[in-house]
Design a protein around this ligand. Sequence first.
Ligand code: FAD
Length: 139
Amino acid sequence: MSTSRERTRSIWMDVKVSPRAPMLDQDLTVDTVIVGSGIAGLSTAYELALEGQKVAVLDRGPVAGGITARTTAHLTSLCDESFKNLIDVQGLDVAKQFYESQAASIDRIEKIQNLESIDCDFRRLLTESIILNAIIGSQ
Ligand SMILES: Cc1cc2nc3c(=O)[nH]c(=O)nc-3n(C[C@H](O)[C@H](O)[C@H](O)COP(=O)(O)OP(=O)(O)OC[C@H]3O[C@@H](n4cnc5c(N)ncnc54)[C@H](O)[C@@H]3O)c2cc1C
């Protein structure tokens, strides 16, 4: 996605992530090349590197300077289109899988925050699982 037409600003847009990341000016031999240094590319690179892979992340712009720079950093297991709509269109099993995968991602992010001692304010709100249980309970 091109970010050139995005007008929103976030508080971390002015933070330079890895400003000394080198230009690719030589051949490299790696296990995996990832194109894109947003949250998707960097998360994948992180997990692969933890597994012992040699990973190169390429980007045409600044590291984490795409849409990721504009996030409000709100993590949720809820569905933008509402669980009611998701259940109506895809069924309860898919909706549950969606919820569980989102929740597992959030757990993973919290784990990484602790593992890497990342200094951020990670707060959990329990309301969403209460809402989901209410929706599923009403089916
Ligand atoms: C205002 C706003 C608020 C948001 N708030 C939230 C939120 O609270 N919670 C949430 O979960 N999500 C939020 N999002 C969505 C979230 O930010 C995005 O879904 C996420 O950052 C996308 O990450 P990404 O790694 O897929 O893409 P990007 O961060 O855009 O990364 C893609 C990277 O690939 C690079 N690239 C693309 N093509 C090429 C190429 N051909 N060669 C080399 N490099 C290339 C780009 O330069 C870029 O750095 C928000 C989005 C916006 C706009």
